[in-house]
Design a protein around this ligand. Sequence first.
Ligand code: GAR
Length: 212
Amino acid sequence: MNKRIAVLVSGGGTNLQALIDAQARGELGGGQICAVIASKPGVFALERAERAGIPGYVAARKDYPSSQAFTAALAGKLRELNIDLVVLAGFMVILTGEMVWAFPNAILNVHPSLIPSFCGEGCYGLHVHEKALEYGVKVTGATVHFVSEECDGGPIVLQKAVDILEGDTPETLQRRVMEQAEWAILPQAVALFCQDRLRVEGRTVHILPPRP
Ligand code: GAR
């Protein structure tokens, strides 16, 4: 049966766009994006959803007394929508255990570095690339992983390396990591999930061959 996907966003939504485009090309493993949920109103990602005819919702942390109450309400909404896979695509609000318990091994996150480098609390968006440049690494990249209760610590599904070039700024590096890594591996990981080809064993995600 086709999987129902919800994409959670906070900003421009270029990763959401990569998923929408992959679905239009028939490359999302039969998965269907049924909802886009933004952490604040007015973000461009919601416009991308509207243009693609996908229902958009806003779930703002400030409307709830605690992170836990926010997460529980969000998980409730996702269950009500019969969602099979939750994709965090630049979602900048930390969720509590309630979400992981509601969707065990069914939440994917894209992070703009090769985890376990440059990740964890406070390491998101442009900060990740600032840190990579400060450290002086020559290779960075992106990771898609299952979400566990540890921030950026869940089992890794796919990673792709990207070279750092002389003269890079956080902005040029962010763009190259998106173009060369994130926009490719996020739709690939979602497709593998939708085809039931991911098997989690401890920290390792096994990728099963396509079914005949
Ligand atoms: C992406 O680079 C994504 O990897 C990052 O935020 C950006 C969102 O861009 N996510 C994190 O840093 C999460 N820790 P987008 O809205 O254009 O997809």
